[in-house]
Design a binder for this molecule. Structure first.
Ligand SMILES: [Cu+2]
Length: 293
């Protein structure tokens, strides 16, 4: 079938590329799924927005092309009604009746990272919030070096109440005790290929960051400055190159990292409470940039 190795190699490359990139634009479904979250010992039950009908510890990232309207089908597999929204100006929240599917028109958006999630109190309280990446997979200088960090803070007392179907007393002071990247706490962040940035010297990588928590998170990069490429909240900061990047509550941004030195470098929330797990250091919102020659 293949007369020479080069032809086979070319075929294999094309087949591989098709397999690799086909899912980027074909994810047309999200599922509201409940399950047991093992990162936080006290929690009994949480909700996720998953790209399959199976439980996923991490919320999903949805990929879309820039400046093109698209459709998204959301299936609510939970036994309660929920409400979903894309957090962009003018988007009308959508009702998700229990055990049913709803088709949603996603608006035309410019290149960037955006947030979506359940906005009813229980859906929000149980952590069903994810990231929409628009155009990033198409425009990243090295698509294999596109990472994402969904940041969140959690108070397990509240989480347990929501999980039991109760409404926690939200007049109590908010004292979060877990801090996550992609729903993982350090050191488990290092096992998530989207959270740990494993790259080669000379690479350029993009990191899409979304803050779904109730507080601001300020990321401190050791070893590198990163450039802010997009932000849905602080557009005046686009183009800034810094080693410390505040990510405001509700913000989603895209960072560019040019990998100009070898080694292992931490990235962490500069608020040291957020690098603990229930008070124990180190933990929480801490990951690494690992650069090989
Ligand atoms: Cu630091």
């Amino acid at each position: 079938m293949f007369t020479d190795y080069a032809r086979f190699h070319r075929f294999a490359l094309i087949a591989f590329a098709a397999l690799t990139f086909a899912p980027l634009h074909s994810q047309d479904s999200l599922f509201v799924v409940g399950g047991h979250w093992t990162q936080v010992p006290d929690s009994i039950h949480v909700l996720r927005l998953s790209s399959t009908s199976s439980w996923s510890e991490a919320n999903s990232v949805v990929l879309r092309e820039a400046n093109v309207p698209s459709e998204l089908i959301i299936t609510n597999l939970d036994s309660l009604n929920h409400q979903w929204s894309l957090h962009v100006e003018g988007f009308q929240p959508v009702d998700l009746p229990a055990n049913s599917s709803v088709s949603i028109e996603l608006p035309t958006l410019p290149l960037g990272a955006y947030r979506f999630g359940l906005i009813d109190p229980q859906g929000l309280g149980l952590g069903a919030q994810g990231m929409l990446q628009v155009g990033l997979a198409d425009s990243a200088p090295m698509p294999e070096n596109l990472f994402h960090w969904n940041l969140c803070d959690w108070e397990t007392d509240e989480l347990v109440e929501w999980g039991l179907g109760n409404v926690p007393d939200l007049t109590n002071p908010y004292v979060p005790n877990y801090f996550t990247i992609n729903e993982r706490v350090y050191p488990n962040t290092l096992e998530d290929p989207n959270a740990v940035v494993q790259v080669n010297l000379g690479d350029t990588c993009w990191i899409a960051v979304a803050n779904h928590g109730q507080m601001d998170h300020v990321l401190h990069f050791h070893g590198f400055h990163v450039k802010i490429l997009t932000s849905n909240v602080q557009s005046e900061r686009i183009g800034w190159s810094k080693d410390t990047v505040p990510v405001k509550r509700g913000e989603a941004l895209t960072l560019e990292l040019v990998v100009n030195q070898v080694g292992t470098y931490p990235v962490h929330d500069h608020n040291l409470i957020a690098v603990t797990n229930a008070g124990f250091y180190p933990g929480g919102m801490l990951t690494q940039i690992q650069v090989t020659p």
